[in-house]
Design a protein around this ligand. Structure first.
Ligand SMILES: Nc1ncnc2c1ncn2[C@@H]1O[C@H](COP(=O)(O)OP(=O)(O)OP(=O)(O)O)[C@@H](O)[C@H]1O
Ligand SMILES: [Mg+2]
Length: 625
């Protein structure tokens, strides 16, 4: 049977990045993907194209007016016609300018619409991605996709979409008009055009690579910024006196970014130069050969003058097209990057429609059925784990550090799916259960609570916006938080979190408990904090926990003696296996790993008078910090 652990995904992502480095992936899928992005914006696209056609047509008229003026109106002395033609030369460009304004508007609507959708899709996908991706990718890299890549795409779309079509149409229609006027002169003018293709093809590919390099350097830079300039990151940097080392690491990435951006800016310099020369060459040849033809009476003067006007209109969009290749390839590079991200698989897929969670007294509330799990290929972190938690039971997990307790809890919370076996709530496999129903039935309280930069009220009611004031009061009371709220300068409205008021470790734990009480789950998954608290703080937490446990099924990674003593079933986890199970008394009598852990951690406390209150850690070497 095949393994499909999270490592599967990591391998996939490495592959797709490798793929980008080796060169351009096939064009077809990228273009199809790009078109899928454009499709919802067909309306502005279509109207934009209409304005493009109108604008190009308006641009073709003035040289024709010029020709009539020179060849017809002036030689025949028709003053009325001269005035009309001159007026036309004003009005046509004026109308063309209005059309151009409309085109700019439509272009902006189109471009921003596409970029807006891309950003939403990126965020939606990022939010759905499994935790394994967040472990494998620095946060900054993901943010860079959303901000830098989407931003660069905007620049490209702005230039490429309608501008490209306008240039193509201008070159095409101008050529047609020139051929209709005089094919010999047209051939002369168009003869230089294929020469444009040579540098363009060469430089486009280099531009693609330069864009990839730039965006990668930007992503790495964002990652460094977010890691080292966040509160927790800065704390570590300072603790180890690594400020200068980090500055050097930043400088290296910054140097790479500079090099990549210089390369990107200079790619195509020679191309631009070649085009300039060609642009100067055109009129020189035209006037030379055209003048000769006029003298020989083979061509009218007005035609040559009109041709000169057309020529100036021809080379500008042609050089635009030349640059467009680079722009388009740069755009493709971005599309490929975005697509690679959007195609990283979402491993935990919720059933749609999913099954309801049906609590039943005769069903195990939570069951592991021969569960195997690996973060990386063939490194089992959980091996053949089976147990049941009956409704209302408290099941405690104990075991040495790294045994797999947090992993087990993460599988119960469906942050990951097992590679083999099944996890069930009230008999329903988690892969078939409805996401909303599951999250309502289950609450997770982790070791360290993350507080959003928001009011305490908002943090407490996160996920439950409609909670009643009474319920909130009750939860605060039950979680022993009333004194904390009373002490805060603005009570529940005090802004807490990263940049707000900082709560102590014990206070945060009680906020987490209050949140879970508000959630009112049938099943509680608890990773008890290992940090030791003074006996008063500990009493408060134990009272809060007792209130939270009441009437619920609890699976707890237990670090408190009180929790262990209260457990209906204790699972002893070692190296990914459940090596023993039973109540505290049974396990203690049996000796073995449990007894050893117990005596190591609680030995002194167990003999002391206030056993239940003593705080200790079963596992963490840092306990008692
Ligand atoms: N995201 C991850 N990717 C790869 N390996 C991981 C990941 N998380 C944990 N591990 C590994 O899995 C094993 C079990 O880790 P786990 O966090 O479940 O242990 P634990 O029993 O909770 O330990 P502790 O008591 O120290 O919290 C460890 O060897 C750990 O290194
Ligand atoms: Mg753990």
């Amino acid at each position: 049977m095949g393994l499909h652990g999270p490592w599967h995904h990591v391998r996939h992502q490495q592959q797709s990045l490798e793929y980008l480095r080796q060169g351009r992936p096939p064009l077809g899928p990228t273009l199809r993907w790009g078109w899928a992005l454009l499709r919802p914006h067909r309306k502005p696209l279509l109207w934009g194209l209409v304005t493009v056609v109108a604008g190009v047509a308006a641009g073709l008229v003035p040289p024709l007016l010029l020709k009539v003026l020179v060849d017809d109106a002036i030689p025949h002395g028709r003053v009325g016609a001269i005035v009309l033609l001159a007026l036309g030369m004003l009005l046509v460009p004026a109308a063309g300018g209005l059309v151009a304004m409309g085109q700019n508007y439509l272009n902006a609507v189109l471009t921003q619409g596409v970029v807006h959708d891309v950003r939403n899709r990126l965020y939606r996908h990022a939010a759905e991605l499994g935790l394994e991706v967040f472990t494998a990718t620095p946060a900054g890299e993901m943010h860079s996709r959303l901000i830098n890549d989407a931003g660069a795409l905007q620049t490209v779309l702005n230039q490429a979409l309608l501008g490209l079509v306008a240039n193509l149409l201008t070159v095409g229609l101008t050529l047609v008009t020139m051929v209709a006027l005089d094919w010999r002169l047209a051939l002369l003018a168009a003869g230089a055009l294929p020469a444009f293709a040579v540098p363009v093809l060469y430089f486009g590919r280099r531009r693609y690579d330069a864009v990839q390099e730039t965006q990668e350097a930007l992503a790495r830079m964002t990652a460094i910024l977010e890691e080292t300039l966040s509160l927790s990151g800065a704390l570590v940097v300072k603790s180890f006196g690594m400020e200068q080392a980090e500055a050097e690491r930043f400088a290296r990435v910054n140097g790479a970014l500079r090099a990549a951006q210089i390369r990107q800016a200079l790619v195509g310099q020679w191309m631009t130069y070649a085009i300039q020369v060609l642009t100067a060459l055109g009129p020189a040849v035209l006037y030379g050969y055209g003048g000769y033809l006029v003298v020989r009476h083979q061509v009218q003067l007005g035609t040559v003058v009109a041709f000169a006007a057309y020529l100036s209109r021809l080379y500008a969009p042609a050089s635009g097209l030349a640059g467009a290749n680079a722009t388009v390839l740069g755009g493709l590079a971005l599309l490929d990057r975005l697509r690679a991200f959007l195609e990283t698989p979402v491993r935990v897929r919720w059933a749609e429609p999913g099954l309801a969670v049906r609590p039943a007294a005769d069903m195990p509330a939570l069951a592991f059925d021969h569960v195997w799990f690996a973060y990386r290929e063939a490194e089992w972190v959980l091996s053949d784990v089976s147990f049941e938690a009956r409704p209302g039971q408290l099941v405690a997990l104990v075991g040495p550090s790294g045994a797999g307790k947090s992993t087990l809890l993460a599988l119960a919370a469906r942050f990951y799916d097992p590679d083999r076996g099944a996890v069930r709530v009230f008999g329903t496999d988690l892969t078939r259960v409805d996401r909303g129903a599951f999250r309502r039935a289950v609450a997770v309280v982790t070791q360290d609570l993350f507080l959003f930069h928001a009011t305490l009220r908002a943090n407490l009611t996160y996920g439950h916006p409609g909670v009643s004031p009474d319920a909130l009061e009750a939860a605060i009371e039950a979680a022993q938080l009333r004194d904390v709220v009373a002490r805060l300068p603005e009570g529940l409205e005090t802004v807490v979190g990263e940049r707000g008021w900082r709560l102590s470790g014990g206070e945060k734990q009680r906020v987490a408990i209050a949140r879970a009480i508000l959630h009112d789950p049938q099943i509680l998954l608890l990773d008890e904090a290992t940090s030791a608290l003074d006996s008063h703080a500990e009493r408060l937490i134990q009272a809060a926990l007792a209130r939270l446990f009441r009437g619920r099924t609890v699976l707890a990674i237990a670090h408190r003696l009180s929790t262990i003593l209260a457990a209906d079933l204790i699972l002893v986890v070692d190296r990914g296996r459940i090596v023993d199970r039973g109540t505290h008394t049974e396990l203690l009598a049996r000796g073995g790993l449990y007894r050893r852990l117990y005596e190591e951690q609680f030995g002194r406390a167990a003999r002391g008078p206030r056993v239940a209150r003593e705080v200790a850690s079963w596992t963490s070497p840092t306990a008692g910090r």
